[in-house]
Design a protein around this ligand. Structure first.
Ligand SMILES: Cc1cc2nc3c(=O)[nH]c(=O)nc-3n(C[C@H](O)[C@H](O)[C@H](O)COP(=O)(O)OP(=O)(O)OC[C@H]3O[C@@H](n4cnc5c(N)ncnc54)[C@H](O)[C@@H]3O)c2cc1C
Length: 386
């Protein structure tokens, strides 16, 4: 009998883990991959949608195209997880797993910031990016605030990328001189792991007239007055408020008893949870690494290798190193690059490569290789009509 692995969530983590198990174990494994959505969207594609560089439909990759032969995809909403029995209930059925993997990411909670739902715009979900793109199109000038509303958020470079791309967008529309751009972040510097990257970002933002306010947290909006109130008692006026909502583990994960302090604790070497044969990877965990697709993918690769070693009585893989390449949009169609390593040494390391158009092509290739690997698209390009 093949081992039944049930993977909850088909994002970066779930797709990589399922693909790797299928590649390595073939007929010895049966993977059920469950997600409420019918298609995958890269995080970074939301910025393309936000600034009119792509339509939402063109950056959605349908899960019916998932290529790995051992994987069966189910579009269902998970409503209950019993980690002791490794049993999962969805809106359509029940699954019993030999091995259960939770890769459900982080949910957005716009309601956690009073006034934000009424007075601001989120762009971190595909639908939010599309709706905010329409609001941007209607915007005719004034003060724009980009603000991170919680302490933990996906992709630390993303708010900075938003500022660079917003500047380009407003220039393209011929209204940049009628606008101010303010970037407010709880982080003291844009990329705390890398002074070089942060200095380059702050310099390039300043060249474009964008103000960066670090260690700043908006606690509520007053939509009538169009004023953001910060936790330190100061205020910031806005005409357009682009916010990154508070992040939380999905409620179904919290209700399962898997979380502590809001996130799922794991052994960062193997991604095992405290429940036997239950693993967790990606944004839903409290592993000591940032929330990012490249990190979720690396964690998933390690967790898959641990599962493969156990099922084949093979050698255990080395612990997860926390190494990843992060691409950062830095305006004028250029992309910078940071090679990070969070867990290999005594302290995290990072090396920065300044922005270039060549690295923009590297980033494109990064997406293409994942589309080819997970969805089987030749050269990473979906066939017409997919
Ligand atoms: C604007 C933006 C830009 C970004 N840029 C980058 C970048 O350049 N590089 C990078 O590495 N990362 C980037 N990220 C971050 C990256 O997208 C996430 O960190 C990554 O997707 C996390 O992967 P994951 O597998 O943990 O979770 P996710 O990819 O979020 O997947 C979780 C899945 O679980 C599903 N799910 C949740 N609850 C349920 C339920 N109850 N039932 C069924 N399904 C459920 C969701 O539908 C989702 O598909 C960016 C993110 C954003 C928003």
């Amino acid at each position: 009998m093949p081992t039944h692995v049930v993977v909850l969530g088909a994002g970066f983590g779930g797709l990589e883990l399922s693909t790797r198990l299928s590649d390595a174990l073939g007929d010895d494994v049966r993977v059920t991959l469950i997600d409420q959505s019918d298609a995958f969207t890269f995080g970074f594609s939301k910025l393309d949608v936000l600034f009119g560089r792509a339509g939402l439909a063109s950056v959605r990759y349908p899960y019916r195209d998932v290529a790995a032969p051992a994987v069966t995809f189910r579009q269902e909403r998970i409503v209950r997880i019993d980690p002791e029995r490794r049993r999962v209930d969805t809106d359509q059925g029940t699954y019993d797993a030999d091995i259960l993997v939770v890769a459900l990411g982080a949910d957005l909670d716009p309601g956690a910031t009073p006034g934000f739902a009424a007075g601001g715009h989120e762009f971190y979900s595909p639908e939010g990016a599309e709706a905010t793109a329409a609001a941007l199109d209607r915007f005719d000038g004034g003060d724009v605030v980009i603000s991170v509303l919680g302490p933990l958020f996906k992709c630390p470079p993303a708010p900075n990328e938003t500022a660079f791309l917003l500047h380009d967008y407003l220039v393209r529309r011929g209204i940049r001189d009628r606008c101010t751009i303010h970037l407010l972040s709880p982080l003291p510097i844009p990329i705390p792991i890398s002074q070089d990257t942060s200095a380059a970002i702050v310099d390039l933002l300043a060249e474009r007239g964008v103000t960066y306010r670090g260690q700043s947290m908006v606690s509520r909006l007053d939509p009538a007055e169009r004023v953001a109130h910060l936790a330190d008692g100061s205020t910031q006026a806005y005409d357009l408020f682009l916010g990154i909502p508070v992040h939380r583990a999905p409620p179904v994960v919290v209700e399962s008893g898997l979380t502590e302090d809001g996130w799922v604790p794991v052994d960062p070497a193997t991604f095992a949870t405290r429940f036997p044969d239950v693993y967790a990877v990606g944004d839903v965990t409290s592993a000591p690494v940032p929330r990012a697709g490249v990190i979720a993918e690396g964690e998933a690769a390690t967790a898959a290798d641990v599962i493969i070693a156990r099922l084949t009585d093979g050698p255990m893989p080395p612990p997860y190193q926390g190494a990843a390449v992060c691409f950062i949009e830095m305006g004028d169609r250029t992309v910078g690059r940071v090679d990070v390593n969070f867990l290999a040494g005594v302290a995290p390391t990072a090396s920065f490569t300044p922005p270039s158009v060549e690295q923009a092509e590297e980033k494109r290739q990064f997406g293409a290789t994942r589309r080819e690997r997970w969805f089987g698209y030749p050269g990473g390009e979906p066939p017409a009509g997919s």
